[in-house]
Design a protein around this ligand. Structure first.
Ligand code: NAP
Length: 265
């Protein structure tokens, strides 16, 4: 990584301090500069699982000028981790290597009530917060597509397709397809209420709008990856694929589909 030398480690300090100290020493020996502020970094390494990687990306502001690297700590398979902390040979080889491929993960942009925008790497989830169905008007571009009544909807990125989306039978989507997937959480389907009833995948060029019916049950829980949004009384949510792309190092024989195979088959 000749042009990138400033590395920031994102991890839970109380858990992995000693392990990360070893990594920091290794990085310094390979002529990297370990920085204390993520804003000074051009490589951001998260130490932990997928949850830590999601947090690392969110807390450092979905940086476009950085390479992110997920490093796991217990030799398990994680979607956002290409390395394990115990495999120092692979880490050194990659640090020295000038030619490696870069993986690009699409993200989605979520705008609440035409005012505040957020990024998501996994998904946006909108769920009723009480034991009562709630209603969403679903628009695709200018088309009023359906009226959803049920527990909620998940709008996932391709890399988020293996997370919450998969638990509700959504499809696994190749991150090389810039797209957004909409999956239902327990929709009501009868003579009065009707939804598509299956997940659907939209081209990255489309815009999805969710309008929350203001009928008393209009305080849903809104999740952005693994964080809950504290804004309440939301009326409208616009979702589209972002120009923001998360870049990570791709190791040989470790494509997205290798990861899917290792994790699920
Ligand atoms: P969690 O409920 O503690 O863990 C959810 C699990 O999903 C963890 O094992 C996590 O991996 C894994 N995961 C995260 N992103 C993934 C991805 N892109 N592909 C495959 N697996 C993935 O919550 P968390 O650890 O804070 O993670 C937040 C994510 O949990 C959310 O973004 C959402 O996708 C997912 N979630 C799933 C359900 C469900 O399946 N019913 C419900 C709520 C949320 P690690 O163990 O490596 O962290």
């Amino acid at each position: 990584m000749p042009d990138r030398k400033n590395i920031f480690f994102y991890y839970e300090k109380h858990k992995y301090n000693s392990k990360v100290d070893v990594l920091k020493k290794l990085a310094t020996e390979q002529d990297f500069i370990v920085v204390e502020k993520s804003t000074d970094a051009n490589i951001i390494a998260s130490i932990g699982g997928d949850n830590t990687f999601l947090q690392a990306v969110r807390k450092t502001g979905f940086r476009q000028d950085c390479l992110y690297a997920g490093i796991s700590v217990n030799n398990k398979n994680y979607f956002y981790c290409d390395f394990d902390i115990s495999d120092t040979d692979k880490l050194i080889e990659t640090m020295k290597n000038e030619q490696f491929e870069i993986r690009r993960y699409p993200t989605i942009n979520v705008t609440i009530d035409n005012e505040t925008s957020f990024h998501c790497l996994n998904e946006l989830s909108v769920r009723s917060s009480i034991i009562k169905t709630f209603v969403l008007e679903v628009h695709i571009d200018d088309l009023h597509f359906e009226t959803f009544r049920g527990d909620g909807l998940i709008v996932s990125t391709p890399t988020g397709s293996t997370a919450y989306n998969k638990s509700v039978n959504g499809s696994v989507v190749d991150p090389m397809l810039p797209s957004i997937q909409v999956s239902e959480l327990a929709s009501l389907n009868n003579n009065r209420y009707r939804t598509l009833g299956s997940s659907f995948i939209l081209s990255g060029k489309r815009k999805l709008t969710l309008e929350i019916l203001q009928d008393g049950n209009d305080y849903p829980v809104i999740g952005l990856d693994n964080e809950a949004l504290s804004i309440q009384n939301v009326k409208r949510i616009d979702i589209e694929l972002n120009d923001t792309i998360i870049k990570t190092i791709k190791l040989k024989d470790n494509s997205f589909w290798h990861k899917v195979q290792r994790t699920f088959l």
